[in-house]
Write a protein that binds this ligand. Structure first.
Ligand code: PLP
Length: 364
């Protein structure tokens, strides 16, 4: 039996009639760009998170780029973020000729260490971008409090992995000035291509981001500001709308499966990413922290069990970024990159497959 790292097929089979009906409706009305499903999805997602505005867009990366464009980040500015994540935030900052300032992470969650942020703030700091890694929100209250102390610096939560998670009873994406998520197919709420969304309750920012999404247009062919081609296709919005039907159940399943991994690994003394008691995780990845990663990956692969490493190289050690920052200033991130290993995870992970994974991991 081939074990998928993320099983999208079972989900599709469960939702097939609904997804097909949604796709057919778009093919019938033919409004492939900014069709009615775009607004319908935005209204549903805004209500789900509790944010006043949801602006869908081309990807999670585009969501981050449009957000910092709306904040006016530009040459010479600094934006604080984490090195232990996917490249998107650092990339968006750098594209605007600003500088990513990398702050180290917590050793047990992999999320940015909120206590270290204050020391990284300078007069050039324009924003803070924490990432809610592996599906668990970063310590957003502590980060917001530091931001408030320095002239209300805007905070953008990179919630590409954490849509559906909550923090002290509030939903990820609605925990700071702006929240950005991704609908990349393997994300907890995915489409069948690229997609993303920006969330905010600030009317001025929402309006700016809506304009930036369509080439900075305030009206047709009136380009009030510089923008991008950043819309999400109507078809992809229709697919996400169909997937919302099962999303709450999937969140519940993810939590049951994640907690089962937790319990069994704790009993066996296997180190893992920890979850804080004041927030929930959507377990976008299920990640253990192991000293002998390569040997374990080989053993699991031999048993037909795929694994992945999120992330093998910190961003401040990457060729494109290391020139502008200090690669050795984030020792916890460096330690984690050498040890983290993600296991198959998802709402449709069968308990027998989970047992096989656990048994194989513990066999050594
Ligand atoms: C933390 C994080 N931020 C941003 C992104 C970018 O999302 P997208 O692939 O939709 O551009 C990803 C995607 O992997 C991610 O994991």
């Amino acid at each position: 039996m081939i074990i998928p790292f993320i099983d999208l097929k079972t989900q599709y089979q469960a939702l097939e009639p609904k997804i097909q009906a949604h796709i057919n409706a778009v093919l019938e009305h033919g409004q492939y760009i900014m069709g009615p499903e775009v607004e319908a999805l935005e209204a549903k997602l805004a209500a789900f998170t509790g944010s006043k505005h949801c602006i869908t867009c081309a990807s999670g990366t585009e969501a981050l780029l449009m957000s910092i464009m709306a904040l006016g980040v530009g040459p010479g500015d600094e934006v604080i973020t984490t090195p232990f994540t996917f490249v998107a935030a650092a990339e968006a900052i750098t594209l605007l000729r600003a500088k990513p300032v990398f702050v180290d992470v917590e050793s047990d969650t992999g999320n940015i260490n909120a206590e270290l942020i204050e020391a990284a703030i300078t007069p050039r700091t324009k924003a803070i971008i924490p990432v809610s890694l592996y599906g668990q929100p970063a310590d957003m209250d502590a980060i917001n409090a530091t931001a408030a102390k320095y002239g209300n610096l805007p905070v953008i939560e990179d919630a590409a992995q954490s849509f559906g998670a909550s923090y002290k009873g509030r939903k990820s994406c609605n925990l700071s000035t702006i929240g950005c998520t991704s609908f990349f197919p393997s994300k907890p709420l995915g489409c069948y291509g690229d997609g993303g969304a920006v969330f905010t309750s600030d009317d001025v920012l929402a309006n700016a981001i809506r304009e930036i999404r369509v080439h900075g247009q305030s009206q047709r062919y009136v380009h009030t500001r510089v923008g991008v081609g950043g819309r999400m296709d109507t078809l992809q919005c229709a697919i996400v709308l169909a997937k919302l039907e099962r999303f709450e159940w999937e969140l519940y399943q993810r939590s049951v499966i994640g907690q089962r991994y937790n319990q069994l690994f704790d009993e066996a003394g296997i180190s893992r990413i920890q979850q804080r008691s004041d927030r929930t995780s959507v377990y976008a990845q299920y990640t253990v922290i192991v000293p002998d990663r390569e040997a374990l990956q080989e053993r699991l692969s031999g048993a037909g069990i795929p694994t992945a490493v999120h992330y093998p190289v910190n961003l401040n050690e990457q060729p494109a970024y290391k020139k502008m920052c200090c690669p050795d200033c984030t020792p916890e991130a460096q330690r984690l990159t050498k040890r983290v290993m993600s296991l198959p995870m998802g709402a449709d992970l069968d308990v027998r497959i989970q047992n096989k994974i656990i048994k194989c991991l513990l066999a050594g």
